[in-house]
Design a protein around this ligand. Sequence first.
Ligand code: NAP
Length: 256
Amino acid sequence: MAASTGRLAGKTALVTGGSRGIGRGIAERLGRDGARVAVHYGSNETAAKETVDVIEAAGGSAFAVGAELGVAGDAEALWSRFDAHAEGLDILVNNAGIGTSRPFAETDEAEYDRLFAVNAKAPYFITQLGAERLRDGGRVVNISSGLSRAAMMPEIMTYAMTKGALDVFTRNLSKVLGPRGITVNSVAPGIIDTDVNAAWLRGEENRAAWESSARLSALGRVGAASDVADVVAFLASDDGRWITGQWIDATGGSLP
Ligand code: NAP
């Protein structure tokens, strides 16, 4: 389908962390659906440019926006760079995040603060400044985790806690933005094959971990970025207009 005739034709989307992993899957899918996509990245500009190239090669429209998150002024920096390319937006996907943490006994204050700064504080202020740019009838999707509902990996509890904060943000923000017809939802992936899991999940030496991860899902496989992206695309579309304030399980049936 030509991008200009897709169901998101005429819409503009920003996907934080759209350069790699799940965010890349989301950016590519929204681009195929016809949205003009701002592909955000932190430090890996090459990956962001590759994602832009893939979207454009498929007939879509995209541009890269760099801004380190979790530092003072991060949201202002992101939006001022976004504003140089686009006027307003329709779909904001808060996806960028630090995907793991150290065990409870080893976590120091610096790590705790960094995790919350990137995974919870940055989406909060990106959305606060984004709300004035979001057009009525828009969409906010926060990428959470199955771990905010189930204590399946207590060894990374600090990470899970940041996603719990994001979910509370989702529920409350849906009431704040609802009068403008803007929906706000959390999408919660299970184990997805992305770089953040590469060291323990990919390669022959990790075959046992891969197989046990696959067995966690009722569907018997490890998730792909596209599995999550397709859920986000549904919420971003007009078909998702009556769903807001929700936590959407995208774990492939991995939760107990
Ligand atoms: P990933 O492959 O590590 O990609 C992370 C993306 O976020 C990259 O685009 C990265 O950009 C950006 N990013 C990370 N930290 C940043 C920072 N401080 N400032 C700016 N950008 C930053 O991660 P992923 O696995 O796709 O995860 C994406 C989201 O899904 C995260 O919120 C994660 O918690 C959530 N999630 C993942 C899984 C999973 O199994 N993979 C499961 C549940 C939830 P740069 O490369 O430029 O830094």
